[in-house]
Design a protein around this ligand. Structure first.
Ligand SMILES: *[C@@H]1O[C@H](CO)[C@@H](O)[C@H](O)[C@H]1NC(C)=O
Ligand SMILES: *[C@@H]1O[C@H](CO)[C@@H](O)[C@H](O)[C@H]1NC(C)=O
Ligand SMILES: *[C@@H]1O[C@H](CO)[C@@H](O)[C@H](O)[C@H]1NC(C)=O
Ligand SMILES: *[C@@H]1O[C@H](CO)[C@@H](O)[C@H](O)[C@H]1NC(C)=O
Ligand SMILES: *[C@@H]1O[C@H](CO)[C@@H](O)[C@H](O)[C@H]1NC(C)=O
Length: 424
């Protein structure tokens, strides 16, 4: 009797293990069969043949190794196609339309590997990208000149200088910067001491002049504004997380991490969201009806040693979702409701965040970029290998995608179905 039921159980589990599995999980993509940089994943690899194993940061693995493409699937040889792929396509109809027939990822510049790279903004009128290295002791920004062939990179200093810029967006010809630093620092141009607090700054990229727009909340310092978005009325929505303290460019945080609306015409600074662990990237849909805010609560500040920078540890159970909110207009400015998670980052968490003209959502997450639909479906991943912090569309058609990470700046060319918004 006992023997009989266990043999039935064996047959049942054997059948269950096979059901639904149709190898290979990964294929060369239609139209791109000779291009080893592109791989197509079948049915999101929803059923993998046993055994399979992914390095889990929750079990102590290096978070950089906790990736879908690094998953070991020994009995499905097709899975190794992901190893060399720069573009991993999950949704063929939309993904291959975005990539076109000749997508190409190139490293353009080597950069410091001890700093993140943030706040890239493309200024079409000058054909340049201005970006920042928020890192203690780096007091200038950088400029990439796309008029040169190949593009060149140089230091860039504003008047007055701004330290530790982490977020940037373009609005009506001006760059808006979220800056994290509260320390006095020597001006890169003449060494005189510059005073600053975390806040929102406005740069005229044609003159290099900077104006402070907001530098306090009723006399208290902001923690460290991280990223921002300017809506059609000119109201500035910005996330205020704890990363300025993390990189030791400001004091211990004084406010809970939150997202604010700042109205330059009245000076009013209002909270709009305070439930994310560490609000980070922010964007608005092309129709102005939906706001997206990413959470990078995987960085945990409690009990992180103060004498090691960055001052956080990795918490695999921390926030790593992208949230969507409905935008409602009101006299003092828009407010947001109906918070809903639309994407749980499959690796790390989404940091630098941009919305394309088509409404696709792009988040720099771990060693690459998530390209999502407006509903948070993963369409494709751009895999770079090293950490990517932010991204920016550039070029006359805004169809070149520049990726900024520790150690390297990359360009994705040949894209056909995705473009930057003019105001981004
Ligand atoms: C792939 O390359 C082979 C050999 O060069 C060529 O015959 C074939 O047409 C190519 N296929 C595609 C889809 O480009
Ligand atoms: C991460 O993966 C790389 C490449 O496979 C390996 O060399 C390294 O030891 C891994 N790191 C950890 C902490 O497991
Ligand atoms: C970072 O760059 C320095 C200087 O180029 C180099 O010595 C070091 O090995 C690099 N570290 C990593 C983790 O790549
Ligand atoms: C140094 O440059 C700043 C602007 O960055 C200017 O305000 C200041 O007057 C300059 N100081 C000297 C001594 O030239
Ligand atoms: C943090 O910055 C201060 C200067 O403001 C410096 O004295 C201190 O050594 C820095 N701490 C670390 C851990 O780098």
């Amino acid at each position: 009797m006992a023997l009989r039921s266990s043999s039935i159980l064996f047959i049942a589990t054997h059948v269950a293990a096979q059901a639904g599995f149709s190898p290979p999980s990964v294929q060369r993509c239609p139209g791109l069969v000779n291009d080893s940089s592109v791989a197509c994943v079948d049915h999101y690899a929803a059923v993998l043949p046993y055994p399979f194993e992914r390095a889990a940061a929750a079990n102590g693995a290096d978070p950089e190794n906790d990736t879908f493409v690094g998953t070991s699937v020994p009995s499905d040889p097709s899975f190794v196609l992901l190893e060399d792929a720069s573009f991993v396509v999950f949704d063929q109809a939309r993904g291959l339309g975005i990539l076109g027939s000749t997508p190409k990822l190139e490293k353009m510049f080597d950069t410091r590997n001890d700093s993140i790279h943030e706040a890239p903004v493309y200024v079409a009128g000058l054909n340049v990208i201005i970006f920042s290295l928020p890192h203690q002791g780096i007091y200038e920004q950088k400029i990439i000149n796309l008029n040169d062939t190949p593009p060149t990179i140089a230091d860039y200093t504003t008047t007055p200088p701004v330290y530790a810029v982490n977020g940037g967006k373009l609005y009506k010809g001006k760059i808006y910067w979220a800056s994290e630093a509260s320390l006095s620092f020597p001006s890169p141009s003449n060494g005189s001491l510059v005073q600053q607090t975390p806040g929102i700054y406005q740069l005229d990229p044609y003159t290099g002049k900077v104006v402070t727009l907001v530098n306090n909340y009723y006399g208290t310092q902001l923690n460290s504004p991280n990223d921002l978005w300017i809506d059609s009325k000119g109201d500035i929505f910005f996330t205020d997380s704890w990363y300025g303290y993390a990189i030791n460019v400001t004091t211990y945080p004084v406010h809970t991490p939150a997202t604010y609306r700042f109205r330059p015409s009245t000076g009013a600074l209002s909270i709009v969201e305070n439930t994310l662990e560490q609000p980070n990237g922010i964007g608005i849909s092309p129709d102005g009806k939906t706001m997206y805010i990413t959470d990078t609560g995987v960085t945990k500040f409690e009990r992180a040693p103060k004498d090691v920078v960055p001052r956080y540890t990795y918490n695999p159970f921390g926030g790593k979702s992208v949230y969507a909110f409905d935008i409602h207009e009101a006299p003092p400015g828009s407010y947001i409701t109906n918070k809903r998670p639309i994407w749980l980052a499959e690796t790390f968490a989404d940091d630098g965040f941009h919305v394309s003209r088509e409404g696709y959502l792009l988040g720099a997450a771990g060693t690459g970029v998530d390209v999502l639909s407006e509903y948070g479906e993963l369409i494709l991943r751009i895999e770079v290998g090293g950490a990517i912090n932010n991204l920016q569309f550039a070029g006359a058609e805004r169809d070149e995608l520049w990726l900024f990470g520790s150690g390297g700046i990359f360009r994705v060319g040949g894209l056909e179905g995705i473009h930057g918004m003019e105001k981004e």
